[in-house]
Design a binder for this molecule. Structure first.
Ligand SMILES: [Zn+2]
Length: 208
């Protein structure tokens, strides 16, 4: 028999069904359904607590993943020292205030000093931080700081545009309004020209 492994012992294991013991989230989901006045034994809901537990584990699996470890395996020496921009990275996250989704796009730029990051890993870093309970401001900052720490570029700029279901579904704000957050480090903070170049390239209508 396999020894008991706490949740998240191995990367990627979190969305696997586990036969040994039910996920405690299942009982919580059952409780919520009951509190809503639902009949938890009706057909459509019978498997819902299990499905909910699995999907919550999947959508928060970033807690078990180490962005620095991902970056360590994806840094390359390079003499290129112009701005690198990765545009339109899809972001799906959960707001920590309501545990409802927010989603949108992130644009990342940096000016390398001897090291660059493999392009696909840039999106992977976004995913690791997005798959946690988040606020958009922190998500944006964490992505910027992680890249800054890993490859020590001359600077990093990150812009995130997202829509929040906790606002949209409740009609709290104009339903299609987007929240925009940004984090600027190094030359992106200190040099207005660099910052403007980045913002022009990622804004709608900007040249790619
Ligand atoms: Zn919210």
């Amino acid at each position: 028999m396999k020894p008991f492994e706490p949740h998240g012992a191995a990367e990627g294991s979190t969305s696997e069904p586990r036969s040994d013991s039910p996920d405690p989230i299942e009982a919580c989901a059952e409780h919520i359904l009951g509190s809503l006045g639902e009949d938890i034994d009706r057909d459509g809901l019978r498997e819902t607590p299990m499905r909910y537990a699995r999907v919550m584990r999947e959508l928060t699996q970033g807690y078990d993943q180490d962005p620095d470890a991902v970056l360590q395996s994806a840094m390359f020496d390079c003499s290129y020292d112009e701005m690198v921009i990765v545009k339109d990275i899809e972001v799906f996250s959960l707001c920590e205030h309501h545990m409802l989704p927010f989603f949108g796009r992130m644009h990342i730029a940096y000016i390398p000093q001897k090291k660059v990051i493999g392009l696909s890993k840039t999106a992977r870093i976004v995913d690791i931080f997005a798959r946690r309970l988040q606020i958009q401001e922190r998500l944006t900052q964490q992505v910027a700081e992680t890249i800054q720490g890993a490859i020590q570029p001359a600077g990093v700029g990150v812009v995130c545009e997202a829509q929040h279901l906790c606002m949209m579904m409740r009609g709290v704000e104009k339903q299609h309004s987007a929240t925009i957050t940004s984090a600027m480090l190094g030359v992106f903070r200190d040099n207005p020209k660099t910052r403007e170049e980045f913002l022009a390239l990622v804004s709608n209508g900007g040249r790619h």
